[in-house]
Design a protein around this ligand. Structure first.
Ligand code: ATP
Ligand code: MG
Length: 322
């Protein structure tokens, strides 16, 4: 069964409102987009871990999985509960104009909009809207389809301190949606050539999204599952990534170490690293790597907040000078 075709007039009205709010400078940045054109670079692990760390610190967080895989259900241990809806709430918000409502609270202060198979219909609709847009001669109609998520998320952004969008790797229309809806971009990357290629793909999509979202900024690149603790090797990786980005964003100091067994155990048990580290039945042999991973994510969450605060301040200064 096909759902109703999206009401683009509603989207256009929302985009005009958002442009106006941005121009007035009262749009506090709070939506993080976690994205890379490459799969398996830690987007979901990072999104869930950072979301949980911020929620634990008292922020009201909305975590959105824009991915048919539904990996957050595994990471948060919500598979098979009423919180896991296979992406249906998200699809209804985007396709039918329903409120962008969470299915529930996966941890105190951590509200979730899960991904899953229902997003297939969203992706189909996005491809369809993109084809229709290409036929239009009106510049506003050519771009409006990219703002379907932005329109839905703008309506709820005041309800949260932080919103995190974890975006599927292979789907350009979904990535554009997230980049138009978001404020600050985090790019996890491994150090191999194909992850770096994925990073450059994002840089191109970033430029396109900025046509509708002038306030979008790259916050930083995060080196994921790195094997090396040697400072020299780490610095080399950071240099290469910084080169790929052409100075557009810093590479975060904090990296996430490669500890596959610990990561797999977290996902299998539906526990975040800091939760697993405190689990009484954890095999003591696993404790050091789980603890170390939890520490990486804790410091990374702090560094992300700090980088955001610095960028927000710099943006505010620029606005006042203008
Ligand atoms: N610290 C780690 N060290 C090694 N492997 C890890 C680590 N954290 C997660 N992994 C593993 O890496 C894989 C990819 O992680 P994750 O699902 O977070 O990436 P992703 O970018 O969201 O992937 P996708 O593109 O498929 O959505 C998973 O199988 C996960 O178990
Ligand atoms: Mg993922």
């Amino acid at each position: 069964m096909r759902l109703d075709v999206v009401d683009l007039d509603r989207v256009k009205a929302a985009l005009r409102r958002r442009m106006q709010v941005m121009a007035e400078g009262v749009f506090a940045a709070k939506i993080f987009v976690v994205v890379n054109g490459k799969g398996g670079v830690g987007k979901s692990s990072l999104s869930t871990a950072i979301a949980a760390a911020l929620a634990k610190a008292g922020q009201t967080v909305l975590l959105v999985e824009m991915d048919e895989q539904g990996n957050h259900d595994e990471d948060l241990g919500t598979s098979g509960t009423e919180l896991a809806d296979d992406g249906r709430a998200q699809a209804a918000a985007i396709l039918e104009g329903k409120p962008f409502a969470p299915t529930g609270e996966a941890r105190p202060n951590l509200f979730v909009v899960p991904g899953g198979g229902a997003l297939e219909e969203v992706v189909e609709e996005l491809y369809c809207q993109r084809r229709l847009a290409a036929l239009s001669e009106d510049p506003e109609d050519q771009l409006a389809w990219m703002g379907m998520y932005a329109a839905a998320l703008d309506a709820v952004r005041d309800d949260y301190d932080v919103i995190i969008l974890d975006v599927a790797p292979g789907c350009e229309p979904l990535q554009l949606q997230a980049l138009v809806a978001g404020d600050r971009v985090l790019i996890p990357s491994k150090s191999d050539p194909s992850s770096r290629k994925g990073l450059r793909t994002v840089a191109r999509r970033f430029a396109r999204a900025r046509l509708l979202n002038l306030a979008l900024r790259l916050l930083g690149v995060i080196i994921f599952a790195t094997n090396s603790s040697a400072t020299k090797v780490q610095n080399k990786i950071k240099e290469q990534l910084a080169e790929d980005l052409n100075g557009a964003a810093p590479v975060m100091d904090q990296t996430i170490r490669h500890v596959e067994a610990a990561a797999v155990l977290c996902r299998t048990r539906g526990q975040l690293p800091q939760e697993l580290a405190a689990a009484p039945d954890l095999d003591p042999k696993m404790l050091p790597s789980v603890k170390a991973l939890a520490g990486d994510y804790r410091s990374l969450a702090l560094e992300v907040l700090q980088a955001k605060a610095e960028l927000d301040r710099a943006e505010e200064d620029r606005r006042q000078d203008a």
